[in-house]
Design a protein around this ligand. Structure first.
Ligand code: PBG
Length: 304
């Protein structure tokens, strides 16, 4: 009766990875219970998401080929575009949030166009807005730029507006840290950088005030919702973003957070159900309205 924080399936978003082929359902080694799905299979998964009362998926693509400029991301016939069209046709009532980033599509694995060994921030903006508009045309409900280039929210917002997608919201990965907890994802999405790291565009884990500046800029540029990522090591950041801006806040319990919990659960070192619900409830208590988590289906089952 006096509980202050209540977690519901409607707070959750399940990340999904779509890959080429048919009848593919390939488990991701470091993320047990998560798969690379071909389009026919991801449709089935979206039906299960809907049945669980989860309102949205966050979609990532594994393209059949990669190149220097990540052209698979903004190909109108690309893997995400085809998956979005198929999901929106086959399943009603599940929001498709399209993650916009180039790292899954570039041969070098960086999140943008390179100039020498550096990511060229401003050149990348054009490719990101092409990607966003292509996803919106395919039917994506929400555009979620995760690349962390400066100025991308404003550029994407303008491009969406000019193309009559004024009402397509932007969920910006506003405070995204250069985190070691992304390891398993990079295996799942085959997106590890071939050289160097992402520290020129992602944030230093030691910085909290910088997150506030990043969020302020994204809101000024037109973000409708802002994300903090990862989640559990960054609860203070979630709390500050929620209290200072009072915008819808999403938190991403990332692949490494998931993998660490699952590994301990599987060893019998941690209680599975309790650690899932406690981790998610505490992320919500810190101020997250929306939690992106690989535990979404499991948590929804526990909550129902
Ligand atoms: C792409 C992107 C990453 C994640 C989401 N979008 C990885 C990265 O920056 O390398 C990580 C998600 C996770 O670890 O679950 N830029």
């Amino acid at each position: 009766m006096v509980r202050e924080t209540r977690l519901c399936p409607s707070n959750l978003v399940l990340p999904l990875f779509v890959c080429p082929g048919e009848q593919v359902r390939k488990e991701i080694a470091a993320m047990p219970g998560n798969y690379n799905f071909s389009i026919d299979q991801i449709i089935e998964e979206c039906r299960a998401v809907k049945a669980a009362g989860i309102p949205a998926i966050l979609l990532f693509g594994l393209p059949p080929a990669k190149d220097e400029l990540g052209s698979g991301a903004y190909d109108d016939d690309g893997i995400v575009q085809r998956a979005v069209r198929a999901i929106k046709t086959a399943v009603s009532g599940v929001l498709v949030i399209a993650d916009v980033c180039l790292c899954e599509y570039t041969s070098h694995g960086h999140c943008g166009q390179l100039r020498g060994e550096e990511v060229d921030n401003d050149a990348t903006l054009l490719l990101l807005s092409k990607t966003a508009i292509s996803y919106a045309r395919a039917g994506a409900d929400i555009i979620a730029p995760s690349d962390m280039m400066d100025g991308r929210v404003g550029t994407i917002r303008r491009t969406l507006d000019e193309n009559h997608f004024e009402s397509t919201p932007i969920l910006s990965y506003a405070a995204k840290y250069a985190s070691a907890f992304y390891g398993p994802f990079r295996e799942a999405a085959d997106s590890a950088p071939k050289f160097g790291d992402r520290k020129s565009y992602q944030m230093d884990p030691a910085n909290q005030r910088e997150a506030i500046r990043e969020v302020a800029l994204d809101i000024e540029e037109g973000a409708d919702m802002v994300m903090v990522k990862p989640a559990m090591p960054y609860l203070d950041v979630i709390y500050r973003v929620k209290t200072e801006f009072d915008y819808p806040v999403a938190a991403y319990q990332v692949s490494g957070e998931y993998a660490a919990l699952v590994a301990a659960q599987r060893n019998g070192w941690l209680e599975k159900d309790r650690t899932i619900l406690e981790s998610l409830t505490c992320i919500k208590r810190a101020g997250a309205d929306i939690i992106v988590t690989y535990f979404a289906k499991e948590a929804a089952r526990l909550l129902s």
